[in-house]
Design a protein around this ligand. Structure first.
Ligand SMILES: [Zn+2]
Ligand SMILES: [Zn+2]
Length: 316
C-alpha cells in the first residue's frame, strides 16, 4: 500500500521475530515475578465503565486496517512474552537530544511504566543518535527521520540486557519503518521483546502547563501501548481502549490511557500482579500529575473490583 500521499500517517506495526532463544525464554513463564492474583477474577464486570467502539468511519484506524482482534482466551493460548524469574525488567533507552522539560516528563514516564506494569524499569541516560548510520536515516518533509528496523535489530536486539523482559528505545527524532511510509509513531515486536517510539510529533512549539500535560499524556500512552504489544497483546477492536490502533494524532488523543476489561485481564494474567494495589498506585499517580479523569476512572474501577471480590482484598 502506497501511503506517501496521506497528510497524516500514524501507524503502529508489528514485526514478528522468531528465534530459538525467544521460545526458550517463553517456557520460563512458570515462575511469575509478582505474587499471583488470588481467586478467579472476572474482569468483564469492568466493561460497564468502558464504551463500545462504534462502526469505524473514514479516517479511523479500523476503517482502513484489518484487525483480527484477540480474545483473552486466544491470548493465553497463544505464544506470548511475559515476565518470569529471569527476564523481568523493562529497559527504556533514550536516543537523541532531550531538553530539561523532556527529562522531567521522561522521569515521570519511568514511574508510570513501573506502576502500569508493576515491574522494575531501568531508564538509561540519553545517547546521541549518531549511533544510527547515514544509510538508516533520511530527510522527509524537512525533518530528519530514523529507520526503525535499524534501531530494533542493530541497537536493541544486539544490546539486549540479560534480565530484560523488553528493551525499548524512545527517540527525539521522527521515525520511519520503510521507504513508502511517511512516518510512524512507534513500532513494536509481538515476539521479539523490542520496540521503539518517538516523542517528535507530540510536542508543541511552546509548552505551557496545559499542553505539557497533554504532551506527557501522549508519551505515557504510546510507551505503555508499545510495551503491551511487546507482551504479545494485539490491537483491541471492541472497546475504547489504550490498545486501539490510531491512524492520526487526533485519533490517538481520543484513545484512553486505560485498558478495557479484556486487555486488562491479559495484562494481569501475564504479570500476575495485584489489580487493587495497581489501582491504588494509578490513582495516586493520576492525582499527583493532575489527570482527574484518570483518577476518577481508576477509583470507579477499584470500587467495582473491591465490591465484586472483597475477599481478594481482605484475605491478603
Ligand atoms: Zn499498536
Ligand atoms: Zn482493549
Amino acid at each position: 500500500m502506497k501511503l506517501n500521499n496521506l497528510t497524516v500517517i500514524i501507524l503502529t506495526i508489528f514485526i514478528l521475530f522468531s528465534c530459538q532463544s525467544e521460545k526458550e525464554k517463553q517456557c520460563n513463564h512458570k515462575k511469575p515475578v509478582n505474587k499471583p492474583v488470588k481467586g478467579k477474577v472476572d474482569y468483564r464486570n469492568l466493561n460497564k465503565l468502558n464504551t463500545k467502539l462504534s462502526k469505524p468511519v473514514m479516517g479511523e484506524w479500523l476503517f482502513s486496517q484489518k484487525e483480527s482482534g484477540q480474545s483473552f482466551k486466544r491470548y493465553i493460548n497463544s505464544t506470548h512474552i511475559c515476565p518470569d524469574s529471569l527476564n523481568n525488567v523493562i529497559y527504556l533507552n533514550l536516543i537523541g537530544e532531550f531538553d530539561d522539560v523532556d527529562m522531567v516528563v521522561l522521569q515521570r514516564l519511568k514511574e508510570y511504566v513501573e506502576i502500569f506494569f508493576r515491574l522494575k524499569v531501568v531508564m538509561r541516560e540519553p545517547v546521541s543518535d549518531d549511533i544510527i548510520p547515514e544509510k538508516s536515516r533520511r530527510f522527509n518533509q524537512g525533518n530528519e527521520q530514523l529507520h526503525t528496523t535499524y534501531i530494533l535489530q542493530n541497537i536493541l536486539k544486539h544490546n539486549f540486557p540479560k534480565d530484560a523482559l523488553v528493551n525499548m528505545a524512545i527517540t527525539s527524532s521522527d521515525l520511519y519503518p520503510r521507504d513508502s511510509w511517511n512516518f510512524v509513531f512507534g513500532q513494536a515486536s509481538l515476539r521479539g521483546r523490542v520496540g521503539v517510539s518517538s516523542i517528535f510529533r507530540y510536542k508543541h512549539h511552546y509548552l505551557d502547563s496545559v499542553n505539557c500535560s497533554k504532551y506527557m499524556n501522549r508519551i505515557l500512552k504510546t510507551t505503555t501501548h508499545e510495551i503491551m504489544h511487546m507482551l504479545s497483546v494485539k490491537h483491541c477492536k471492541d472497546y475504547r481502549c489504550l490498545m486501539n490502533g490510531s491512524i492520526s494524532l487526533l485519533e490517538a488523543d481520543k484513545k484512553p490511557s486505560w485498558l478495557c476489561a479484556e486487555c486488562l485481564a491479559k495484562l494481569i494474567w501475564c504479570t500476575q500482579t495485584d489489580v487493587i494495589e495497581r489501582y491504588d498506585d494509578l490513582i495516586r499517580f493520576s492525582e499527583e500529575n493532575n489527570y482527574p479523569d484518570k483518577a476518577e476512572f481508576y477509583k470507579k474501577s477499584k470500587e467495582i473490583m473491591t465490591f465484586m471480590y472483597p475477599q481478594h482484598r481482605h484475605n491478603e
